[in-house]
Design a protein around this ligand. Structure first.
Ligand SMILES: Cc1ncc(COP(=O)(O)O)c(C=O)c1O
Length: 338
């Protein structure tokens, strides 16, 4: 038995999802004639209370499009030092948009409105112009942490006052909505643009969407084209997304519960220095200096358990819909016996 906890992106489509994909009605989305893609985009837009959503092949492309929409070359985006757009999008912010990131030293990938105020550049031609604030919910490198919505509202007020765009990387927003009992609509009211992902916790093979109001989204389709993201009979993939919205959101609570149980076992192990507080499906923990992450990874690998290193002797496990109860029991026993 292989237990793959490297990411929640390792899931394979279920039979139900495959059936939905195989029976999708499709057309050429370049002509905007793919009925299933149109349905998915309309449904996501409605969930967030925005006028438009656009289907993307990846979260990276959706985020990169958002950065381009909100900025001009030379501008600066404020984000956390752990932000995916800064760490894991291959330098795309500078490559695609010619912008730099002003990093905030936050807590588990999250920061305060006061920190945003301090990070805004003075209105002086020596500085790059701050034009955008970007946050991630849940935070990936921050261990799946969820933002306090009240702080998000405070940051919105700063953005309004200083005329800054506000983008949410909501690759795992679904997890936050389930844990915090929040709604997509409340996020739609606060952000100018939001990217959401179908291929992480929701189990689709591919797909993200960018949501926003019509003026900004009119430009988004052009940028998606420039980035090579035009797709044709993509309704086969959109059908997986529609299936996931119906079947795979509420069940995320099960992934969260399993992650919590892993956290409590890890906390009891003498060679583990710290476990980041677990709120959703990501467990990040740090080994004692006496134990190298390579040795730990090898020990787990021998038992058929795959997890990843985050550097600095930190490791990450992510629970997901293909991680069964049997696998979970086996993992907990394995950890206790190491
Ligand atoms: C927080 C976050 N944003 C964006 C992405 C990018 O998504 P994709 O891999 O679909 O490009 C990821 C991927 O893991 C992510 O964790």
């Amino acid at each position: 038995m292989i237990i793959d906890l490297r990411s929640d992106t390792v899931t394979k489509p279920s039979t139900g999802m495959m059936d939905a994909m195989m029976s999708a009605k499709v057309g050429d989305d370049v002509f905007r004639e793919d009925p299933t893609t149109n349905e998915l985009e309309a449904r996501i837009a409605q969930m967030f209370g925005k006028s438009q959503a656009l289907f993307f092949p990846s979260g990276t492309m959706a985020n990169q499009t958002a950065l381009k929409l909100h900025t001009n070359p030379g501008d600066q985006v404020i984000c956390d030092k752990y932000a995916h757009i800064y760490n894991y999008e291959s330098g795309g912010a500078s490559f695609n948009s010619g912008i730099s990131c002003k990093l905030i030293n936050g807590e588990n990938g999250m920061f305060t409105a006061d920190q945003v105020i301090n990070a805004i550049n003075p209105d002086d031609y020596y500085y790059s112009e701050t034009s955008l604030v970007e946050i991630e919910n849940t935070t990936n490198k921050g261990g799946g942490a969820c933002w306090d919505f009240k702080e998000i509202l405070k940051i919105r007020a700063v953005c309004d006052e200083r005329q800054l765009g506000f983008h949410l990387d909501g690759a795992r927003l679904w997890n936050a909505l389930v844990v915090k009992d929040e709604t997509a609509a409340q996020y739609g009211k606060v952000f100018d643009t939001i990217s959401v992902c179908l291929s992480k916790g929701l189990g689709c093979p591919i797909g993200s969407l960018l949501v926003g109001d019509s003026e900004i989204m009119k430009k988004a389709i052009r940028i998606r084209k420039v980035l090579g993201g035009n797709m044709r009979q993509v309704g086969y993939l959109a059908a997986a997304g529609l299936y996931a919205l119906d079947h795979n959101i509420e069940r995320l609570a099960e992934d969260h519960q399993k992650a919590k149980e892993i956290e409590s076992v890890l906390k009891k192990l003498s060679f583990i220095k710290r476990v980041e507080p677990v709120e959703t499906n990501i467990v990040i923990f740090e080994l004692d200096k006496s134990y190298s992450d390579e040795v730990f990874l090898q020990k787990l690998e021998k038992k058929g358990v795959k997890i990843i290193s985050m550097g600095e002797n930190k490791l990450r496990m992510v629970t997901h819909l293909n991680y069964t109860h049997t696998m979970h029991d086996f993992l907990l026993d394995t950890l206790k016996s190491i």
